[in-house]
Design a protein around this ligand. Structure first.
Ligand SMILES: NC(=O)c1ccc[n+]([C@@H]2O[C@H](COP(=O)([O-])OP(=O)(O)OC[C@H]3O[C@@H](n4cnc5c(N)ncnc54)[C@H](OP(=O)(O)O)[C@@H]3O)[C@@H](O)[C@H]2O)c1
Length: 304
């Protein structure tokens, strides 16, 4: 039986540590603050941002939720970011993606002060991460490393294969694994004979955005699988393709009308030595690491 790497327990432990740091900072008159910018009415984004604001409240972090309308222009968003860069009670600026098509996302992310870039998306932080300097690392990849370390999974000398090369997940995950002395291979949509490479992985990170893409024959028996994917299934035939016979999931699917599957086929977990479930794995770490980054930004900005 493969071991389940419990994202809920690990994220709770990290949040507990962050809450303790917040208390310690309070004794010095410092309260870390996060500004969350949520544009328009994307349902998934609203859920994510609500969870982030709620986590701030739980941990004693100040938060300011700003909700510009769908029609907001790039110029108005740039003015908003400039104002947040100036505000002293704001240590972290989170711009929930995706933004409406007419807003220039890269220009906005570049406008966030690197010291307040708690998502770690600014090119300065990407460069600092690559150069091995202290940086605010993107939350999801940072969460991947926390799961491995806190679960006692060795990284040094292991062959880590990362499928996906996005700036948000794949690339920074590969860089963080490299800094932990893994031997890293990055795969993407142009990789030839993907299975022959993923089968070499001691640690397989799937960040693809395609439901159940990694199948059992693509996994080395005993490997650790980190499934970053979050894909919502709403059709019955899709549900059956992945979860036929899973009564508990079926009940939830019938009740909610949807379920979540990762980028790894559930059958592939049976080949693994350890794996992160979806939901209940990497996703929970993303918010915990955002909280940790906000406190880190608050300290770094004050030279602590
Ligand atoms: N857990 C969390 O909190 C969290 C956070 C962020 C994202 N996610 C999830 O993680 C997944 C990836 O997100 P992302 O933002 O990195 O997605 P993305 O920007 O769409 O990148 C997907 C990557 O997968 C690669 N890819 C696509 N099809 C492939 C194929 N057939 N074979 C090999 N590689 C393939 C792409 O290759 P090319 O570069 O060649 O196109 C690309 O590099 C999504 O399911 C997303 O929902 C979860």
């Amino acid at each position: 039986m493969a071991r389940i790497l419990d994202g809920a327990a690990i994220s709770a432990a990290i949040k507990q540590e962050v809450a303790e740091e917040v208390k310690l900072l309070a004794t010095r008159g410092i309260r870390p603050g996060l500004a969350a910018v949520l544009v328009g009415n994307v349902a998934a984004s609203q859920i994510y941002v609500r969870s982030k604001v709620q986590a701030c409240a739980e941990l004693g972090i100040y938060s300011d939720l700003i909700t510009p309308p769908e029609t907001v222009t790039t110029e108005e968003m740039l003015d908003l970011v400039a104002a947040l860069n100036q505000r002293d009670e704001i240590d972290g600026i989170l711009i929930q993606l995706p933004l409406p098509r007419h807003v220039e996302t890269k220009a906005l992310l570049d406008a966030v002060l690197p010291a307040k870039d708690v998502d770690g998306f600014h090119p300065v932080n990407a460069g600092r991460l690559q150069a091995g300097r202290p940086a605010l690392a993107p939350c999801t990849p940072a969460g991947v490393i926390e799961i491995l370390k806190r679960s006692g999974i060795p990284i040094e000398g292991q062959h880590a294969v990362v499928v996906g090369r996005s700036d948000i997940v794949g690339k920074p995950a590969a860089m963080l694994l490299l800094h932990q002395n893994a031997t890293v291979t990055i795969c993407h949509s142009k990789t030839r004979d993907l299975g022959s490479i993923t089968r070499q992985a001691d640690i397989l990170v799937a960040a693809i955005g395609r439901p159940g893409f990694i199948t059992p024959e693509m996994v080395k028996p005993g490997a650790t699988i980190i499934d970053v994917g979050i894909n919502r299934l709403t059709k019955r035939e899709e549900f059956d393709r992945f979860f036929a016979g899973d009564a508990k999931r079926e009940a939830a699917f019938l009740k909610r009308g949807s379920t979540i599957v990762g980028d790894v086929h559930p059958k592939a977990f049976e080949v693994a030595g350890a794996y992160t479930p979806v939901p209940g794995g990497v996703g929970l770490l993303t918010i915990a690491m955002l909280m940790a980054n906000t406190v880190r930004a608050a300290k770094m900005r004050r030279g602590l």
